[in-house]
Structures are given as C-alpha cells and as structure tokens.
Design a protein around this ligand. Structure first.
Ligand SMILES: NC(=O)C1=CN([C@@H]2O[C@H](COP(=O)(O)OP(=O)(O)OC[C@H]3O[C@@H](n4cnc5c(N)ncnc54)[C@H](O)[C@@H]3O)[C@@H](O)[C@H]2O)C=CC1
Ligand SMILES: O=C(O)C(=O)Cc1ccc(O)cc1
Length: 303
C-alpha cells in the first residue's frame, strides 16, 4: 500500500483506470470518487469502480492522502477552488490533464500551504470516455510524465512515482512548458489533423454523396477513431495549449504547402525523399519498442 486513502475527482476513463489499476495492485486501502452528474455517480457505484462514491468533491477529498483531479483541463480551476479548503494538511494533490502549465496556473492558487502538488500526465488513453471506459491495464508499459515544481519534496515525488510505476507505467519527469511543447507535436496537433481530415471527408460526402465512409481504407479509419475523442476534453486541450499548438500547426501547414506544391509540379523526387525520411521515423519508434503494446495510440480494446 502506498496511500491509505485516494480520492478521484471525475469518474471517467482515466479515473476509472486508476481506480482499477490501484486496486489490482493493492496500492491504496480505500479509493473513493465523485463525479459531477448523478448518472456517472450511479454508474460508478453500480459497477463497483471505487469503494465509495460521494456527491460532492468536498466530501470526497476529506481525509484523503492522495487526491487526483481527473476532469477536463478547463474544469481544473473550479474543482481546485471547491476542494482547496477541505484538503487534509500534507496531502498530495495531482491531476492527469493532457496540458500541464495551464493546469499548474489554474490549480496552484487554490491550494493551501502544506499541500503537495505533483502534476502528472499518463500518455495512455482511448477515444472512449465515461466510467465504463476504464480498464486496469490502460497504463501498462505507457509513459506517465510528472511535472512537479521545485516546491514538491523529493521523497513525495518519489512516492507518487512509485504509485504510477506500480500501476504499470514508465515514469519520467520534465518541466511543464517542455511537456506542453512535446505533447503539441506528439498528440495535440495530430488530433486536430484527424478532426480536420474527418471533417473534410464528411463535407465531401455531403457534396458528392460519394461513399467515403463505406470504402474508407485503414488510414482514414485511424483518423475516424481519433476524431471520435471527447469534444470537451479536446476543446480544453487546444484552449489551454494555445501557443505550442499554434506554433506546430504553423510548421505543419508550411510543410503541407511544400508537399502540395511538389504534387502540382510533379516533383516525384521531393515526395519520394520526404516519404523515405518519414518512414525511417516510424522504424525508429518500432526499434525503440514503443509500439508493440500500444493500447492507445495504435489500437483500442474493441479492435
Ligand atoms: N482520454 C484520454 O485518452 C486521456 C485523457 N487525459 C486527461 O484526463 C482528464 C480526464 O479525461 P477522461 O478520463 O478521458 O475524461 P472522461 O470524459 O472520461 O471523464 C471526465 C470526468 O470529469 C467530469 N467532469 C467533466 N466536466 C466537469 C466539470 N466541469 N466539473 C467537474 N467534473 C467534470 C465528468 O463528469 C467525468 O466524470 C482530462 O483532463 C484529459 O485531458 C489524459 C490522458 C489520456
Ligand atoms: O487514443 C489515442 O490515440 C490517444 O492519443 C490517447 C491519448 C489522448 C490524450 C492524451 O493526453 C494522451 C493519450
């Protein structure tokens, strides 16, 4: 056991997976939770996701040694304001938001002295959401990035790292701004590209009444999976990682125009060289052993 009492705020895919993974490995004596809607609370209770479901975040965090905010990034500030005065002295508070600097800025002002904030981001998920989407093996062999400030005691960071490692994750530490720049490239912009491509195909379908969906090949199917991700969550990601995503999107559109020009000019050499370079990147990922077990970026439970 690492923490006696763990409280999860928001009972969706990530909180559900934490509850199941922590229970599976006996990392907490008690895991409690709360969710905004009565329906989510009822479902969580019915499927036994946590030991106890509370109606309000204030009730849920009472006496908790570890509190994890598992709500959309845009909701973090309001939740922190609500629970701040009710946190146990010396407890650890964390979050799982896909963006880190904005969450630190939103949450920190609401935390009383003595509470230890260790932001985290598990690089694991699916396009599904809600309490029934969670599963115990979600974090197995996936990275979890911690972005604590210097104020967090080293021993508490080590303890929290242990918690994630025992849930199956590979834990690394970096500063929040760096995290947001890296994730803009590896996750946020790829998501907006998928949303765009599916939107374009949908527009075409309407215009030509063609059979885009019916005959969609594997590449497009992958886009549709990503583009089925939760709209609230992804709206909040872009609103809260604006600078980094805009910078990467700027570079992306420059490259896209270069490729567009090559196609128009019949510049096969440019296209071939470009695709040869990108193929090597994929092989690099495979060689690093980061794709063999991908439950999230590559496939889902239902595949
Ligand atoms: N879905 C994914 O693949 C991943 C998500 N994350 C991050 O984890 C967090 C949670 O995501 P999921 O578990 O996927 O979402 P989810 O939609 O499955 O669950 C979110 C939970 O937050 C609650 N909630 C929503 N708005 C709220 C509000 N305004 N106030 C209070 N509670 C509210 C919902 O009722 C629900 O219980 C997000 O910050 C997301 O960026 C991190 C890694 C992967
Ligand atoms: O489902 C997928 O392909 C994902 O990309 C999952 C995911 C979504 C958001 C994150 O912050 C981390 C992982």
């Amino acid at each position: 056991m690492i923490y006696k009492r763990v409280a999860l705020i928001g009972l969706g895919l990530i909180a559900g997976s934490i509850a199941l993974a922590a229970k599976r490995r006996g990392l907490a004596e008690t895991v409690v939770g709360t969710a905004r809607t009565a329906q989510t609370r009822e479902t969580a209770q019915k499927i036994g996701l946590v030991d106890e479901v509370f109606e309000t975040p204030e009730q849920a965090v009472k006496d908790a040694d570890l509190v994890i905010l598992c709500v959309p990034v845009g909701a973090m500030a309001a939740v922190a304001a609500q629970i701040g005065p009710h946190l146990k002295a010396g407890c650890v508070i964390s979050d799982v938001g896909s963006v880190k600097q904005a969450v630190i800025d939103a949450v920190s002002p609401h935390l009383p002295d003595g509470v230890i904030f260790i932001p985290a981001h598990p690089l694991a998920g699916t396009e599904h959401s809600g309490p029934e989407a969670g599963f115990a093996t979600l974090f197995d062999n996936r990275f979890c990035l911690l972005t604590p400030t210097d104020a967090a005691p080293v021993n508490e960071v080590a303890r929290y790292r242990d918690f994630w490692e025992q849930m199956g994750a590979k834990v690394e530490q970096m500063d929040a701004e760096h995290h947001d720049r890296v994730l803009a490239v590896t996750s946020h912009v790829p998501h907006i590209i998928a949303y765009t491509m599916v939107g374009v195909a949908d527009d075409l379908r309407r215009v030509t009444n063609s059979e885009v969906i019916k005959y969609s090949a594997a590449g497009f199917r992958d886009f549709t999976r990503i583009a089925a991700s939760d709209p609230t969550m992804w709206r909040d990601v872009f609103l809260n990682n604006e600078a980094a995503t805009l910078e990467i999107l700027g570079r992306f559109t420059e490259e896209l125009f270069a490729l567009q020009r090559a196609i128009r000019k019949g510049d096969g050499e440019l296209l071939f060289d470009y695709f040869t370079r990108t193929r090597a990147i994929r092989r690099g990922i495979l060689d690093a052993g980061q794709d063999t077990d991908a439950p999230d970026f590559g496939r889902t439970r239902s595949d």
